[in-house]
Design a protein around this ligand. Structure first.
Ligand SMILES: [Mn+2]
Length: 203
């Protein structure tokens, strides 16, 4: 089982005043170029599954350019039949109920498994279960959702991977405590960055 994990692509992020010859903010273009290279590498490696653990887009309402670019890159993975789980981070999660989550649009691509609904969800790929808890604005709901995988019978018997977004170190330690209840001795734990943690459970 080969899993590629990436995070925080922030498609659509802009900074500084430089503009490319095409009139695109130069930093925004840098980020598109970098993600295009990531997708090229994924296509070379051909993993069983890709996990994107938060902030695929920089905003809850990305620009037409960011959205179009993101969909085009995901389509490249779909053409190669490589599934990708995309878990909502704080940047793309709407702050109010008046805005629909942008990750809902990704449901239309058959290789993309978005998790954005303020609740824990899991998907299974070749016997490995990926558990995802998206960014949740309300802490009380977040803690409830973090407990759900440990109560799930399926997760205690199958392999699983638990990437999740944690806002700060106290969330992160609560999260790892909740998920660690399911850990088996041969489990591999990896800390991918300050803001995303992942746990792989092996059979
Ligand atoms: Mn981020």
């Amino acid at each position: 089982m080969t899993i590629i994990h990436c995070s925080d692509t922030h498609l659509g992020f802009q900074a500084f005043d430089h503009v490319t010859a095409e009139g695109i903010n130069a930093r925004e273009q840098d980020i598109y170029d970098a993600f295009e290279r990531v997708v090229a590498r994924i296509l070379e490696i051909k993993p069983n599954v890709v996990i994107h653990s938060g902030d695929f887009f920089h905003r809850p309402s990305p620009s037409n350019r960011a959205l179009t670019f993101g969909l085009e890159q995901l389509k490249r993975l779909c053409d190669a039949k490589i599934p990708i789980v995309v878990i909502a981070g704080n940047h793309e999660t709407p702050k109010t109920i008046y805005n629909s989550p942008i990750l809902r649009a990704l449901r239309n691509l058959d290789c993309v498994y978005p998790i954005f609904g303020e609740s824990w969800e899991k998907f299974e790929f070749d016997g490995t279960v990926v558990h995802g808890v998206p960014h949740i604005n309300d802490n009380r709901i977040l803690y409830q959702e973090l407990e759900r995988p440990s109560r799930s019978r399926a997760s205690s018997t199958s392999s699983c991977c638990t990437p999740l977004w944690a806002k700060n170190s106290s969330w992160k330690s609560t999260a790892s405590k909740c998920f660690r209840r399911n850990l088996k001795p041969n489990s591999l734990i990896f800390n991918t960055s300050r803001s995303a943690i992942g746990t792989i459970f092996k059979k």
